[in-house]
Design a binder for this molecule. Structure first.
Ligand code: HEC
Length: 182
């Protein structure tokens, strides 16, 4: 549909784990009974619209470092008193590996990424340095990346410096007008 997608997209390896397809079902079946809206044991809510609160350096889920946060530690703990889920069987090796891979690959939420209320995304046609254009909604700015939602629902973090001057300006204006969520 959009020719530019291939060039502009921040493509993922074929083996990429997707949050919605691979990770969410595990959380739903093994964790959300106790870690969801209205029941946030240990102050932890793992629903897609809240999990971001727990992703980041020093938090339970540290992108790129599955061994750092408490999340994998409690899942893999050999101590039944500290293990999650606390009752019933442990996660299978396959499930553990999916979660680890997801964190290793950056703990992205993909198409489950919540759009913050009151911050309408900026629908626009973006042009990159090579002159390719793509229609996408700018959701927010993360560091030097523009978080773009494509027409097919896929979300890409695109280096702002790869956009042309006019598109960069649009991104900067958007970032300046919208308060970053902490
Ligand atoms: C039967 C309820 C239950 C289920 C299911 C459950 N948890 Fe928990 N979880 C708890 C409780 C209760 C606490 C708080 C423990 C505490 O504060 O001592 C907790 C705390 C945690 C913590 C914080 C630990 C800490 O020390 O701060 C993490 C991380 C966690 N759970 C992850 C998970 C994950 C991941 C799953 C699914 C694989 C899961 N939990 C499934 C009940 C549950």
């Amino acid at each position: 549909m959009f020719e530019g997608v291939v060039l502009l997209a921040f493509t993922l390896p074929a083996s990429a784990v997707e949050f919605g397809k691979d990770v969410l079902p595990i959380l739903k079946s093994s964790c959300n009974k106790c870690h969801r809206d209205g029941k946030e044991k240990g102050d932890l809510n793992l629903e897609p619209h809240r999990i971001r609160k727990h992703i980041g350096s020093g938090l339970q889920i540290v992108p790129g470092r599955p061994n750092s946060g408490l999340f994998m530690k409690v899942i893999e703990s050999d101590d039944p008193d500290n293990r999650m889920p606390p009752k019933g069987s442990r996660l299978s090796e396959k499930e553990v590996n999916i979660l680890k891979l997801w964190i290793t690959q950056g703990a992205e939420l993909g198409d489950q990424e919540p759009v913050p209320a009151g911050k309408p995304p900026l629908e626009a046609v973006w042009t990159n340095q090579a002159g390719k254009k793509i229609k996408a909604a700018l959701l927010r700015v993360e560091g030097d990346k523009a978080v773009l939602k494509m027409a097919n629902g896929k979300i890409y973090k695109y280096p702002i410096s790869n956009l042309d001057a006019e598109s960069q300006k649009k991104v900067k204006e958007f970032a300046g007008n919208v308060e970053q969520e902490g």
